[in-house]
Design a protein around this ligand. Structure first.
Ligand code: FES
Length: 576
């Protein structure tokens, strides 16, 4: 067994030249080449992940954040050392950002292991970056703290407040339905993202920011200040001071990311009407520490956790309004009876202690009182049935209540290309009461489980004023989208799940109240179809794609690579 490395600072993880003394001598010589003194090198060394990129406007405040973190670290007597890792900007990554999340997590993990540091500040914001960093840091095992880049401001279009990306989809839908013209869609394009920062609604980025705070991984109040504000910079400075304490007290990430922390995070996910993507990410992060997510228990938890946050797409407001309403402290106070208040946070204090220290409550209309929720149950329901033996999910808080108990005829698309070719054809045999089924957009299917589960409504129905239909796929959906959309059907069609064998005209039943998603076709008929048309599981000849296709797990395991999960299982979460 290798001896654990309990050395500190620049002595940590020496490069192997066969002579430890020489390795340290050489390392010091090189870092002194950057102008550092022995006095500086004796301090706790704090790594800072710099994920700035011209391809990632959601991280556009990275230079200012790094500067503020460095200031905080130095005020507390540490030595900041920033280093780059991969950055993933959601709309700039092909085939999908999810395809690259595990690569970023591996980059983060290995750089945390390889380079000498006593603790690390993870700076992320855009959808996949925060989960990737938490996954990597969980595996590396150092003291780690998350700093969120912060949300963008809202824009104004012809007198209406707009923000990415719920309104992006809404306006694009209007354009497709020919309700607005080319000039208006061009005008609103200038307003949807009026500043740097992450999407301003409760999409995946905002969800993961709230989850990071609920996990105890950010300083208190770290989730909500917008990217361009002084408050965000103060959070960054404070993150710098806290991380030095973490390094000194060796507050490693496993002491924060406990079962209780994951349960708190799940409560928060349900209560904020958060992005469905967060289930996949939480599953992957928990998996790195040996916890398996029990989807049925999560569903039970959802039945007693109301949606309290009135933010788009489930509600009305935007992240800047949540921040003005007191941010996570306001929400956590309402959820107090359901939380583990003794869960430890990065400050070394418990969640309960931090709530006691938070500013007093005041009158606001963004976080509803527990007794008067925006939606009586959690935002996400877990479905089971012969169409999804490994489970599927629906964001019920963003669905049309009239469609949540529905039986209809399947209109099937074999993949994204098929969808693009036929969805807008006037010849498509489709009616408003049909169910749209899209195959081959799961983890291996596209690959990378694209956010294409938000299947566009056929143009001819959109023109008739149809606003929602039941849609089913093995893909994901952006947290900013809305509709009666069943996602993450597991196992996916590309590996031969039942979804692969759905045919045009089959009947499908969705019952959210019974948590059911059923294909009304006999087992014998499904077996016959599987024999007639066997599925060819996708593979690749080389590179990252080969690794991805060979090792990526299904949605119920977090879409992580199978060799990255913790080798031993510690238990399941939640315990509800
Ligand atoms: Fe980066 Fe939405 S595109 S957070």
């Amino acid at each position: 067994m290798t001896k654990p490395d309990d050395s500190t600072g620049m002595k940590k993880g020496l490069t192997n030249y066969g002579d430890a003394g020489f390795s340290l001598f050489l390392r010091k010589a090189f870092i002194k080449g950057a102008g550092l003194t022995d006095n500086a090198l004796d301090r706790p060394v704090i790594g800072i992940t710099d994920t700035g990129s011209g391809y990632n406007p959601c991280h556009g405040n990275m230079p200012q954040l790094v500067e503020a973190v460095q200031r905080g670290i130095m005020l507390a007597g540490g030595l900041p050392v920033k280093f780059p890792t991969i950055s993933i900007g959601e709309s700039f990554a092909a085939p999908t950002s999810m395809y690259l999340r595990n690569l970023m997590s591996m980059d983060t993990e290995e750089m945390l292991r390889a380079q000498p540091m006593d603790a690390v500040v993870l700076i992320g914001g855009c959808d996949k970056t925060v989960p990737a960093q938490l996954m990597g840091a969980a595996s590396a095992g150092l003291p780690a703290i998350q700093l969120i880049t912060g949300s963008m401001l809202t824009g104004s279009h012809r007198g209406e407040t707009v923000g990415a990306c719920t309104d992006c989809r809404r306006y694009w839908g209007k354009f497709r339905a020919e309700e607005i013209d080319a000039q208006e869609i061009a005008d609103v394009n200038n307003q949807l993202v009026p500043s740097i920062g992450t999407c301003s609604v409760m999409g995946t980025a905002s969800t993961m920011a709230c989850i990071a705070e609920a996990l105890g991984m950010t300083v208190p109040g770290g989730a909500s200040p917008p990217a361009v504000t002084a408050a965000r910079m103060r959070v960054a400075e404070q993150t710098g001071t806290v991380v030095v304490q973490m390094a000194k007290s060796r507050l490693t990430i496993d002491k924060v990311l406990t079962e209780k922390a994951f349960e708190n995070a799940m409560r928060v996910l349900l209560a904020i009407g958060g992005s469905t993507n967060a289930i996949v990410h939480l599953t992957a992060i928990a998996g790195r520490l040996g916890f398996e997510v029990d989807l049925k228990a999560l569903d039970r938890m959802g039945r007693e956790t109301p949606v309290l946050l009135d933010l788009k797409p489930s509600g009305q407001h935007y992240m800047e309004h949540f921040d003005a309403a007191g941010g996570m402290a306001t929400l956590l106070r309402e959820l107090k009876p359901l939380l583990h208040l003794d869960a430890l946070t990065v400050t070394g204090r418990t969640l309960g202690e931090e709530l006691e220290r938070a500013a007093p409550p005041f009158k606001q209309d963004v976080v509803r009182p527990f007794a008067n929720p925006i939606y009586p149950q959690g935002g996400i329901a877990v479905l089971q049935g012969n169409l999804a033996p490994g489970g599927a999910i629906i964001k019920q808080s963003a669905a049309d209540p009239k469609l949540m108990e529905h039986e209809g005829r399947a209109v099937v698309f074999e993949g994204l290309e098929d969808l693009a070719t036929r969805i807008d054809s006037d010849d498509l045999d489709v009616k408003a009461e049909d169910i749209l089924v899209l195959k081959n957009i799961g983890p291996k299917g596209a690959p990378g489980m694209p956010e294409a589960g938000y299947i566009p409504l056929p143009r001819k129905l959109a023109r008739q004023g149809v606003k929602d239909m039941v849609r089913i796929s093995d893909g994901r959906m952006s947290g900013t989208a809305f509709g009666t959309i069943v996602l993450h059907v597991t196992p996916e069609s590309a590996v031969g799940g039942p979804l692969a064998h759905v045919r045009n005209g089959d009947r499908i039943r969705l019952s959210v109240s019974n948590r059911e998603i059923s294909l009304l076709v006999s087992d014998a008929e499904l077996a016959k179809r599987a024999k007639e048309q066997p599925v060819e599981v996708p593979t690749a000849a080389r590179g990252y794609r080969k690794l991805f296709l060979a090792t990526v797990t299904q949605a119920d395991k977090g879409v992580d690579f199978d060799f990255l999960a913790a080798p031993e299982t510690k238990g399941t979460v939640p315990k509800a």
